[in-house]
Design a protein around this ligand. Sequence first.
Ligand SMILES: [Zn+2]
Ligand SMILES: [Zn+2]
Ligand SMILES: [Zn+2]
Ligand SMILES: [Zn+2]
Length: 354
Amino acid sequence: MVNRMESSETLRNKCAACFKQFNRMEHLVEHMRTSFHSVHEPICTVCKKHCRSFESLREHLIGPLPKLECKNIFNVRGCRFCLTILDSPNAHRIHQERCQLSNGLTARLANLGLRDNATVDNTYSRNPQIVALACKMVGGGTDGSLDYCGRVCVIDEHENIIFHAYVTPPVQVTNYRYETTGIRPEHLRDALPLRQVQRKIQDFLCNGEPNWRIRARGGNARILVGHGLDHDLDRLQVEYPPIMIRDTAKYPPLMKTSKLSNSLKYLTQAYLGYDIQTGVQDPYEDCVATMRLYMRMKSQVHRREEYPLASDPQNRNIFATAPWRQNELERMSPEELLAISRSDYYCWCLDRSA
Ligand SMILES: [Zn+2]
Ligand SMILES: [Zn+2]
Ligand SMILES: [Zn+2]
Ligand SMILES: [Zn+2]
């Protein structure tokens, strides 16, 4: 009897999400205040452990120090790209073949050549709500180290090119970075001036909405997908509100356990199963990779809950600092604490109901 009580006492102080153990209940409550566990975190299908990122879930499943019970099951029927565990080895084989994508670039090269005309083409996608953008930078400044956009591409969610252009930077190009950009002086000679590209992209993204009026939902402005978009937009001199941006370099589940960004090359390899940026880099290829990563993250099935973000005003009291609620929180079970905890980032699965 005593033993059972002791063990239930330790269980009581175990985080229901990440399984961390605490000596005292108040420490668990403290942990919950700062961890923002939620249904949107990557979760191990075997033991139900919540991880902050897919990278830490990968470590949990594959190693170097995996949880053995989970690893053994994952080895037999876990998908190494999306990290889900299938019901049978056969279902796993079929799933993983579909989950691994191949580089769509070669099939599109002909298409790319034809559409290299710097016009916004609406025949392919009439009114896309989600678009991906990527740039390739050439070098300016005395040592060629300053980035200037030399080439830009925008695609829709079906990977059709909406806009693709070489761009003439506002300064003298001192390094074309040909080995990676494939850009030569003649490409930029008659290219579009940055100012014109800037306006085209700005208008296309806003889609008739003035920047200040863009809201997360219910407007005409388009969702913009990309990798490291701050830099791209800065170089294009395009201003766009963060609520409309889905950046694969900044989405917490796709970040490193150290909370730094992964490279797009790595993400494409690890999550989509193919290589990009192997020689001369095409911005279309980057657009496709980010769009595919976005679509995959968006298709995650997470439980619907009211006010899913810790920052929603309705959640203000949940783990608020008001000390009088401490007692109340300490009386709750770890599961109850987890049930009221909310995410501190916007999970892309929420775009499905947008
Ligand atoms: Zn935890
Ligand atoms: Zn989610
Ligand atoms: Zn596990
Ligand atoms: Zn998969």
